[in-house]
Design a protein around this ligand. Structure first.
Ligand code: ACM
Length: 772
């Protein structure tokens, strides 16, 4: 009887399943085979993502099973708050329609890794550590309807069938905020952390002190904040106030202004208690707060109060930067160690940043004590004195179990290999190369494109611009800890403006930091970014998404097929582009751009993004030449400048034409004359030559006095056959690109000597010698 009964139940259950299967198949057919795919718009894109066509219906009758050995309690609480927002209630462990299982796996190699699998009746999220689980939850959050961000509840949420294996490319995925130049409230910092964690960034570098304000309470030196956190309006404030007449986001936040005897004081600081609470909060979002106390320069907020900390006892400014701490005064080390002791008490972070950027060392040169110290210790120059300071302060922090981060300027006098170098000066050649060769680990934060406060910081570049030069030693790539972008706030006084400078750029940074290069795809990112904007809206982020219709051309020179491939990129998602190759204005009857196209010989490409059938500004013009000198060897009678080698000796005959910036790795720079000879390999009929130069007077880049061309057949006796004089005045302030082009009248020769005198003694930049 019992046996029969069990059998019956089994049979019944089998029949039910069978029926259900047929019903599902039938319904599937009736509703036109496969359901509409659910759009998956994750940022950052996972390491591996596979999708199916089934759906998982998330509702209040979904059962939650937890198998976490008690290690994920904070994350589970976070998951439940997400459920509260999405479906209006927490999930229970009562058996229901389907199952979500959260599991702790054997700890994986990378604690930030997670695995998410969604099928029709079960979702499994597993990770070896809390960080990984948290990132899995952030992925799940982005799969939930955007409305959940504002508590828009639905009891029938369809999630797509998928499987994700994910882990970050880099362990250091950071944003920075300068809270010294302008102050930001604790509420703003918390929301910043929330947003960083949503996009899987894991560090916030807080620039807490600088010349313009000291923002961290130090109990031993209360004056640092009593006085150093406040100022009457400075020049930067005045600039902001002026700009606020046009754009209210430049207005100083009233909450950071205090009236004292009728005079407005701007400022603010964080108490130690506030900072400790903030650090704990950020820990729940797996964001490490890395504090920076910038020294020995950028210390005027402190030196103004304690002038004895400067070598000359004066709180003053040098030619470029403020007077630094005096590295040969023992009182300085007492001060620094006392401050850092309190900093370490507040911040449990593994890392402490001690700045070491932009130190004006004149007061050290002029100090008898400093000179005596240097002599006694065999130091050749003040850069070595800075290294002494940096190494001594670092040793103190390391003895206390911390790792130290410095800006790359610190390398000038040599640094210990155990320091982490933060690369920011993108205009100095080979900084990351030298740092890794010295044994240091490096964080890539090049000002262009990662200083979000500068106009150079464009979405395309943030996502795409190479961060390392072509000579970076590939075998040392493991020394790159990660990437970071910075927000310097000299002219960013408000939360609204900070939001606008940060977002959506942060999303591009986040994808670059998290996703493996194989999963980074600019075209896909542009679309996914647009799909993220409603979420940012609901989160109250005042982002500035203004993609330009500017086209960015890329060349691919193919010496086998003797042609140049052209690719056009744009910040616009799925742009419509028309182009011509004969210099004429494109219309909708011109070539429709559908991907790379090829130029043999010469072409003047004119291209534009079209909207509503009309070309939009700016219109791209690009001269492309597959010319006779491509691949031919060039002898340099005078060297290129080591900071701007482009592709070394092949650069002027490689077919590549420079872009808008002289440091794009294509323009080759000279601080002496350009003086080279091209060997055409054999006697060649020479019809024309052109060389293009750039002038950017601000940074000291000028036109040559003239371009002179001489030819020879034996490489010894040359006949001058062309001279083209410059006609761009030195006084021209705007950036100019000028092609020096002339006829060689069909002359036959093997060697072509090109001279362009550098008369201004600044830089001259040239991209290509086009010989036909
Ligand atoms: C810096 O921008 N001075 C690090």
């Amino acid at each position: 009887m019992e046996i029969n009964s069990t059998f019956d139940i089994q049979l019944e259950s089998f029949a039910l399943k069978y029926l259900a299967f047929f019903a599902a198949a039938f319904l599937g057919l009736a509703s036109c085979n496969t359901p509409e795919p659910i759009e998956i718009s994750l940022v950052p894109y996972p390491s591996s993502l596979e999708t199916g066509t089934d759906r998982f219906n998330l509702s209040s009758s979904t059962q939650l099973i937890i198998d976490d050995q008690g290690d994920f309690s904070e994350e589970i609480a976070f998951f439940q708050s997400m459920m509260q927002q999405a479906i209006g209630q927490k999930l229970s462990d009562k058996s229901g329609e389907n199952i979500i299982e959260i599991r702790k796996t054997e700890s994986s190699e990378n604690p930030e890794a997670y695995h998410l699998k969604i099928t029709a009746n079960k979702m499994t999220l597993e990770a070896g550590a809390a960080e990984g689980l948290f990132y899995g939850l952030m992925t799940l959050r982005q799969l939930l309807p955007t409305g959940m961000e504002s508590g828009e509840v639905s009891n029938d949420i369809a999630l797509p069938e998928l499987e994700i294996y994910d882990q970050p490319q880099y362990g250091w995925r950071a944003m920075h905020l300068d809270v010294s130049r302008h102050f930001f409230s604790m509420d703003y910092l918390r929301r910043y952390v929330d947003l960083l964690s949503l996009y899987k960034l894991n560090k916030l570098h807080l620039h807490l002190t600088d010349d313009q304000g000291w923002r961290i309470e130090i109990k031993k030196y209360p004056e640092l904040t009593e006085q150093g956190a406040w100022r009457t309006y400075n020049e930067q404030d005045s600039i902001c106030i002026e700009k606020s007449k046009e754009d209210p986001r430049f207005a100083l936040e009233p909450k950071h202004i205090e009236m004292r005897d009728g005079t407005p004081y701007y400022g603010g600081y964080y108490t130690q208690e506030e900072l400790k609470e903030f650090v704990s909060y950020a820990q729940t979002k797996h964001v490490e707060i890395v504090p920076e106390i910038d020294m020995p320069g950028h210390m005027m907020a402190a030196i103004a109060i304690y002038p004895e900390l400067a070598c000359n006892g004066e709180a003053a400014w040098g030619d470029l930067f403020s007077t630094p701490l005096c590295p040969v005064n023992e009182e300085v080390y007492t001060f620094v160690e006392n401050v850092l002791t309190e900093v370490m008490d507040i911040f449990p972070s593994k890392y402490i940043h001690i700045g070491a950027d932009e130190v004006e060392k004149k007061t050290w040169e002029e100090s008898a004590a400093a000179q005596k110290f240097m002599k006694e210790n065999g130091m050749q120059n003040v850069n070595e004195l800075q290294s002494y300071f940096v190494n001594r302060v670092s040793a103190f922090l390391q003895e206390n179990g911390k790792e130290v981060v410095v800006w790359d300027d610190a390398m000038a006098g040599g640094i210990d290999a155990n320091l982490n170098v933060m690369y920011w000066r993108n205009w100095v050649a080979g900084v990351p190369d030298k740092a890794v060769q010295n044994g240091n680990e490096v964080i890539l934060a090049p000002g262009d494109p990662f200083y979000f406060s500068t106009p150079n910081s464009k979405l395309f570049d943030i996502y795409n611009k190479p961060l390392l030069g072509s000579k970076f030693p590939k075998e040392l790539t493991y020394k790159i800890k990660g990437i970071q972008a910075c927000l310097w706030t000299e002219t960013i006084p408000s939360e609204a403006l900070a939001d606008a400078m940060l977002f959506p750029n942060v999303l591009a940074l986040a994808e670059r930091a998290w996703s493996p290069e194989s999963a980074q795809d600019w075209n896909s990112f542009k679309t996914r970014l647009i799909n993220q904007l409603p979420r940012l809206d609901l989160l109250g982020v005042k982002y500035a998404y203004n993609p330009t219709t500017k086209l960015i051309p890329f060349m691919n020179v193919d010496t086998d097929l003797q042609q140049i491939g052209i690719t056009l990129e744009s910040e616009i998602s799925e742009p419509t582009i028309y182009f011509t190759t004969d210099g004429t204005q494109p219309t909708t009857d011109s070539n429709l751009y559908e991907g790379e196209f090829f130029v043999k010989g010469s072409a003047e490409i004119v291209a534009a993004v079209f909207q509503d059938g009309q070309p939009t500004e700016p219109i791209l013009r690009k001269q492309v030449d597959y010319h006779k000198a491509i691949g031919k060897s060039v002898e340099y009678h005078k060297p290129w400048n080591k900071s701007y080698p482009a592709g070394d000796a092949g650069s002027m005959t490689d077919g590549y034409r420079g872009g808008e910036s002289y440091n794009d790795g294509i323009w080759q720079g000279f601080t002496n004359d350009l003086d080279v000879t091209v060997d055409m390999g054999e006697k060649t009929i020479l019809n024309s030559i052109s060389a293009t130069f750039m002038q950017a007077a601000g940074p000291g880049v000028f036109m040559p006095e003239y371009l002179e061309v001489a030819v020879s057949n034996d490489g010894e006796t040359f006949e001058t056959i062309l001279r083209i004089d410059n006609d761009i005045p030195v006084s021209e302030k705007e950036k100019v690109v000028k092609e020096f082009k002339g006829s060689l009248a069909g002359k036959e020769a093997r060697y072509v000597k090109v001279v362009a005198p550098n008369v201004q003694r600044g830089f001259i930049f040239v991209d290509e010698l086009v010989i036909n």
